[in-house]
Structures are given as structure tokens and as C-alpha cells.
Design a protein. Sequence first.
Length: 256
Amino acid sequence: MLKELLDRPVLLSLVSLLLLAAAAAVGAALHQRRNPKGDPSRDDFGTILAATLTLLGLIIGFTFSMAVSRYDQRKNYEENEANAIGTAFVRADLLPAADAAKLKALLKEYAEVRVDHYLAVDPARVAASGAHGAQLQAAMWEAVRGPAAAQPTPITGLVVASVNDVLNSQGYTQAAWWNRIPHAAWALMLVIAVLGNLLAGYGASWSKVAPALLLVMPILVSISFLLIADIDSPRGGVIRVSPQNLHDLVRTLHGP
């Protein structure tokens, strides 16, 4: 359930808003039922509430930092992938003319497939572009394996190394897309948010807070969850890595 919500940031935000608002309402109802007027534990309760909300703010901040670092990592690997394909395309001229033309054609098609893979959202399209990319990787390796076996020279070794970098860069990119915020961190953050809103609702009567103001913290926290989940989700959010470097590479490879 949590995994599906993390891939749908808007839905996650709405669910968390309802959950946190319900926690605040439950806290307010418990306070009214107990009606602790003149309770000497009021000062201690304020300390506990402040500590809980501070802890929640720290965890949200750390989690946001984790999401941003993973987003930057995906951007860096997209740039590295474009550089690897461009380098392999240039070094392909070191092969015999027929082999060079074959490898260049494969690299052009592979760059287009990688752009499509970045832009794909539908699972079927993602799977199709991934399968197509794997086929092209096998074809590229075959295109350099034959010339390298026929002429095992340092020159052909450069081409083999560049194609190997293309294959490795795709693996690094995929690993970065799988590197998400752990579900345990999300669960801990949600539990602390629920407890914080429960305590805020419980202390509403003491602080004479209007009932409508109890929605402020659930709204703010749910918006924070929305932003974190959106940045952390490679395909489910609005903030996604744009294959700008690969786009420029495709235009360069195909010429004016």
C-alpha cells in the first residue's frame, strides 16, 4: 500500500491530510472528554508537544535532503550517460568503415530509446523501451566484439572501452532510479506526524485555538510529504529528471 502511494505523490498528500486531520480531531475530542481545567501538567504537556513537533520538523528536513540528493544523483547519471554515448560515437571512427557505420547507427537509435525511457510514464512503455534498449546493447557489443577479436590493438580497445562505458552508464542510471527513500523512514515520519497532530489537537483547548486552525499543521505537513514524494519519485511526480543532455546529443548525432 505504501509503495503505491509513494509513486502517486498527490494521492499520498491527500491520504496524509485526512489522516493527520483525523488525528487532530481525535486529540481535541479526548481533551474535551477529559476537560482538564487547571491541570498542573499543562506546562509539561507544552514541553512534550514542542519536542514532538521539533522532532517532526527535523525528520521532514532530513528526508527532504535525502530526496534532493537522490534527484541530483539521477541528473548527474543522465549527463554521464549522454557523455558516454557521445564518446562512443566519436571513437567509432577508429573501426573499419563498415563496422563504424553499423555502430554509429546503433548508437543513434540507442540515444533515442534512452530519451524515450526517461520520458515514459506508462509501465508498458517503460518495459518496452527497456527491452528495446537491452537489445541494442547486445547489438552494440556484437558490433565491436568482431573487429576487436580480428584486430586486438589498443585502438580497437578504446572503442570497446567506450561501448562498455555506455552499457555501464545505463546500469548506474537504473540503480540511481531504484535508490529511493526507505519505506521505514516514511513510516517513522508518518507515525511522528500523527502523534504530533494528536497532541496538537489535545492541547487546542488550553491554547484556545479555533477548530479551523487545527487544519493548518495537517495541511503544511501533507504539502511537505507531497514535495518530498514528488522529488523522490522518478516517474510518478511532476518534478522529474529531464533528459536534456540526451536530447541535445540526439540532435547532434543526427546533424542539422
